[in-house]
Design a binder for this molecule. Structure first.
Ligand code: FAD
Ligand code: FES
Length: 249
């Protein structure tokens, strides 16, 4: 049922078992015929590590979705899709659908080091151009995704849309690069979520000075209105508990 309704930009919330926390993960791909969705995740804490320990054939308790608003797929012209780290999983479906809608899609993926790059081959196949960056220079451009974006802007001038998903600091940097050029820029925000249906308020973010709930108003927002510093502070608020959960298992 989720596969039938899924659209690019949406996510699911899963629980591994009765006592497990609920975590949001992007629908990286879906197959309506098989009735499956694909999730791609990075092991960062207790729940994602437990998920990573599951084997083929194991089961999880449940997942809810598709949640959040899909991105608007139409012919924009030239679109730059940027995925930082595991954010590449979130841009894959967007690139696929934007390319189908006859956009010229330039993808940029970046990671700390080449081992952390994902979906390179897959994105190569569906993008008009693919650029790779690594912080340590182990593959592609030695530096950040924003270096390539700045270069593209300087060279071409006519970018109609930028879509960026990744660490908050990266999305903030992308917004700072495109703002002076007035290029429409959409980011997918990743605050801590609980219910995913607009009831708990955990995922609140500030956009254009207003409070928005990422799960029902987003997760995509106009980057130029997002208060990224506020989001970074809110993401830190359970650090002690997260560390404890990992140690106690
Ligand atoms: C709409 C959305 C889509 C996402 N898609 C993906 C994806 O496709 N792949 C992926 O690897 N990650 C994705 N994330 C982030 C993912 O949900 C968190 O990494 C995960 O919840 C961490 O849980 P944990 O118990 O393993 O780690 P924890 O120990 O709980 O946390 C580790 C870090 O993850 C952040 N985090 C913790 N809980 C949440 C939460 N409920 N929501 C968001 N961030 C949290 C914290 O800031 C913390 O720094 C997405 C987040 C959102 C909001
Ligand atoms: S996750 Fe509870 S309101 Fe969005």
């Amino acid at each position: 049922m989720v596969a039938k309704k899924a659209k690019p930009g949406q996510f699911i919330i899963l629980r591994i078992d009765e006592k497990g926390e609920r975590i949001p993960l992007t629908i990286a791909d879906f197959d309506v015929q098989k009735g499956t969705i694909t999730i791609i995740f990075q092991e960062v804490g207790k729940t994602t590590k437990r998920l990573g320990n599951l084997n083929e054939g194991d089961q999880i308790l449940d997942f809810a979705g598709p949640l959040g608003n899909p991105i608007e797929i139409k012919r924009y012209g030239r679109v730059v899709c940027i995925g930082g780290g595991v954010g590449a999983a979130s841009i894959y479906l967007k690139v696929k659908e934007l390319a189908k809608a006859r956009n010229k899609v330039i993808s940029i993926i970046g990671a700390r080091t080449k081992e952390l790059l994902i979906l390179e081959e897959e994105l190569q196949k569906i993008s008009d151009e693919l650029y790779i960056t690594t912080d340590d220079g182990s593959k592609g451009h030695h530096g950040f995704v924003t270096d390539i974006l700045q270069k593209l802007i300087d060279e071409r001038k006519n970018i109609d849309l930028v879509e960026a998903v990744g660490p908050v600091i990266m999305m903030k940097a992308v917004a700072n690069v495109t703002r002076p050029h007035n290029i429409r820029t959409i980011v997918s925000l990743n605050p801590i979520m609980v219910d995913g249906t607009g009831m708990c308020g955990s995922c609140r973010v500030r956009v254009d000075g207003e409070t928005k709930f990422t799960c029902v108003d987003g997760p995509e927002f106009d980057a130029h209105g997002v208060d990224f510093d506020h989001l970074m502070t809110r993401l830190q608020r359970y650090l002690t508990e997260e560390k404890l959960a990992l140690v106690l298992g």
